[in-house]
Design a protein around this ligand. Structure first.
Ligand code: BG6
Length: 495
């Protein structure tokens, strides 16, 4: 493999994410020959463990991985795993970590390239980021790199996002920082730019002259699960809109970048974030519906309401659903509404982008036929299937003037197994790109701040006082498509 040899350091190594996502992702990359020839994975955490105990802990984490992890492949992979106990605020710990890394480089012939993956609660980001520098761990030179990987939340509002950024920048430059958004690593999401800019036929129609509206939905059946501690402070606007929904919006709406390179793509996205039309704070309910799930039924099973979930305040005003209508102030999109919807405990897990085209300027068909005439629609489906469909009108064979809706489609699943097609999941994708040093699938700080600039006044208004918050928040039974106030928008996005 031509990938640079490196050490991947995971902070929070005894946590769930490491065992459930990161290590399986790395093991799978290894199995596909997609890790560097020489590499070290060093887990760091508060608990004391030997290297061998760490390997065993990972192997035993999930029962269904046992078979796989007893295999020869796992053993070969696990030989690259190491562990270092550390207390996050102790400079000594980081000196010891630096020593271990240098020692591994000497013994195992790895290059001093370092990736620091922060799989820890966000409160620890500043603590770790400011310790790495003084221990010499953020240094890089012309031949060797040091990179830091963080996951959302990137702050709680604009001010805290800027403060977090300052602490990251204390040791690392922007080019060394990788801010994950796992939506960007989804195959269909990456395909948005290919569809738009590798084909000549869509782009001429992709604007206010032909597009009636754009819809973006990401709904899920899951409730808050065990994450109330985080979610109570976040709600759907911070959890989904500030990041995933904004990325989907930017990819759908941005101008063509001059090259398919991270910098150029980020530049164009930034322009979209800058062009978002601020919502009128005094008339929020014209453009925003917030909801919170109450008790209800999912797949025939009764589930508690959000306020009854463990860790949630019985009078919580945290929204678990939002539908937002927003506009983009530029030539391409002037007057075209973008409907963004995301919610928990909805009837189905579904995620898609709908480009709804305008109706024909004049219908020449008889009244009855014209009633069936549906405007063209392009759907980029992200979940449950990864596919693209274009709806158009076709003549029903036989009777003279009868139309029906026909569909052209492309489905990713059918392409699996083709030569060159390897399906990596989101974590595999981001880990690989971080090793390569490609920022395409990550957030750049200016985007993070602009996204917060748009949302912070909305959040401030919604959270200004309990009365306002309560007035804006509608309840919907779990397993239903959100509050009634949003149903007309939901219909626009229906499949
Ligand atoms: C996460 C949110 O970023 O995305 C979760 O924190 C949400 O609340 C999840 O459930 C949805 O991701 P996906 O890939 O399942 O659509």
């Amino acid at each position: 493999s031509e990938l640079p040899s490196c050490s991947i350091v995971i902070f929070g190594a005894s946590g769930d994410l490491t065992a459930r996502k990161l290590i399986p992702a790395l093991a799978n990359l290894f199995a596909h020959g997609c890790l560097p020839e020489r590499f070290n994975i060093v887990g760091c955490g508060r608990s004391a463990m030997s290297h061998e105990e760490f390997r065993r802990h990972l192997a035993e984490f999930e029962p269904d991985r046992q078979a796989e992890t007893s295999s020869e492949g796992w053993q070969r992979f696990a030989a690259n795993l190491f562990y270092q106990q550390l207390s996050y605020d102790s400079p000594d710990s980081y000196r010891q970590l630096a020593e271990l890394l240098n020692q591994l480089d000497r013994q195992r012939g790895t290059a001093p390239n370092r990736m620091f993956y922060l799989s820890v609660p966000p409160a620890l980001y500043p603590v770790i980021a400011t310790q790495l520098g003084p221990a010499g761990l953020s240094n890089q030179d012309a031949a060797h790199w040091s990179r830091i990987v963080v996951e959302k939340p990137f702050g709680h509002d604009l001010a805290s996002a800027q403060a977090l950024d300052q602490t990251l920048h204390a040791g690392f430059s922007e080019e060394q920082i990788f801010r994950i958004d796992h939506y960007l690593a989804k195959e269909t999401v990456q395909n948005i730019l290919m569809l738009r800019f590798a084909n000549a036929i869509f782009e001429p129609l992709w604007n206010r002259n032909y597009v009636d509206y754009v819809g973006i939905i990401s709904a899920e059946k899951l409730g808050v699960e065990h994450r109330a501690g985080f979610y109570e402070q976040a709600g759907v606007l911070r959890d989904m809109f500030q990041n995933h929904m904004m990325q989907l919006l930017a990819l759908t709406a941005m101008e063509p970048p001059s090259r398919f390179k991270d910098i150029q793509v980020h530049d164009e996205k930034t322009k979209i974030f800058r062009a978002l039309k601020p919502l009128n704070r005094g008339r929020l309910s014209d453009n925003l519906v917030l909801g919170q799930y109450g008790p209800g039924t999912i797949d025939g099973r009764e589930v508690p309401g959000y306020r009854q979930e463990p860790g949630v305040a019985p009078d919580s005003l945290t929204p678990t659903f939002a539908a937002m209508k927003l506009g983009i102030d530029n030539w391409r999109w002037r007057g075209v509404p973008f409907y963004l919807v995301s919610g928990k405990r909805m009837p189905a897990k579904e995620s898609r982008i709908v480009i709804q085209f305008k109706e024909v300027p004049h219908s020449m068909f008889n009244h009855e036929t014209a009633a069936n005439l549906l405007a063209n629609r392009l759907v980029l489906e992200i979940y449950p299937e990864e596919k693209i469909t274009l709806n158009f009108q076709a003549k029903t064979p036989g009777s003279k003037e009868c139309l029906h809706r026909a569909e052209m489609g492309f489905n990713y699943e059918r392409r699996q197994g083709e030569r060159g097609a390897v399906n990596f999941d989101a974590y595999e994708m981001v880990l690989l790109d971080c090793i390569i040093g490609d920022h395409m699938l990550f957030w750049r700080q200016d985007g993070v701040e602009l996204s917060w600039s748009f949302l912070t006044p909305i959040l401030a208004e919604c959270e200004s006082c309990p009365e306002t918050a309560a007035k804006l928040l509608q309840t919907y039974p779990a397993g239903t498509p959100g509050p009634a106030e949003a149903h007309h928008w939901m219909q626009l996005l229906a499949n």
